[in-house]
Design a protein around this ligand. Sequence first.
Ligand SMILES: NC(=O)c1ccc[n+]([C@@H]2O[C@H](COP(=O)([O-])OP(=O)(O)OC[C@H]3O[C@@H](n4cnc5c(N)ncnc54)[C@H](OP(=O)(O)O)[C@@H]3O)[C@@H](O)[C@H]2O)c1
Length: 234
Amino acid sequence: MTSSLSGKTVIVIGGSSGIGAAVAQAATARGARVVLAGRRLTSGSDNGVRSEPVDVTDSASLQRLFQTVGHFDHLVYTSGPSVRAKTLIETDLDEAQDNFNVKLWGALRAIQQALPFLGEHGSISLTSGQLGRKLAAGQFIKTGINAATEALGKQLAKELAPRRVNVISPGVIDTPAYAGLAEEQRLAMFAKTGETLPVGRVGQAEEVAAGYVLAMENGFMTGAVIDIDGGGQL
Ligand SMILES: NC(=O)c1ccc[n+]([C@@H]2O[C@H](COP(=O)([O-])OP(=O)(O)OC[C@H]3O[C@@H](n4cnc5c(N)ncnc54)[C@H](OP(=O)(O)O)[C@@H]3O)[C@@H](O)[C@H]2O)c1
């Protein structure tokens, strides 16, 4: 069967690393023309995959990206900041605001700039995270950003119809997001977290990427939040 992504153009904002890079690989394997975007990328093409620079905190940078690519079919947004766990009282709120600016406001900015170029039968896939609904002391930034992303995903699924909008909610996934930890510390954290999960391990970026592919390909799916977290919400 031909994939419904075959010949479609998919822009992955956050495609320079981790989950976004895995989505780009999965979409390319299904015949999509993929454009990766992120701050560390430069304009170019590698093995048929195009790259463009973008900073999601800057509307003009997003506008340039969409003007350069032109008409496209699916927007995937996986850009996210590195957030340190801290209680509200310990937190510098300017720093917290910067985190919201990348992941939440960045997604809204990207959608606003993308709409004139996004096909009517296209889709938008946003990214939340299990802390949006799994509450833990010291995680108010991730909870706030991810809960808001899930609410906005549902609201925008109504407002932007017939374009579809879905949200993918990953659990703990082994990506460069944890590169700031020493290897021993990172592996110990993954092992400890894995023990608490029904599946007995943390996830891989490719496993989460499958959720974005589903959201792009399934024309009956909109307003959904897809949990891919090894049972972390249970
Ligand atoms: N890994 C997990 O355990 C986990 C769990 C729950 C939710 N999530 C969510 O999943 C998403 C992807 O995370 P990941 O694990 O794949 O992390 P990652 O490997 O660190 O990737 C983060 C991506 O965000 C991009 N980014 C950051 N600031 C940006 C900016 N100002 N403009 C444009 N792009 C920017 C980075 O690209 P550049 O550096 O090139 O700009 C990078 O591609 C994030 O929203 C994260 O919160 C991850």
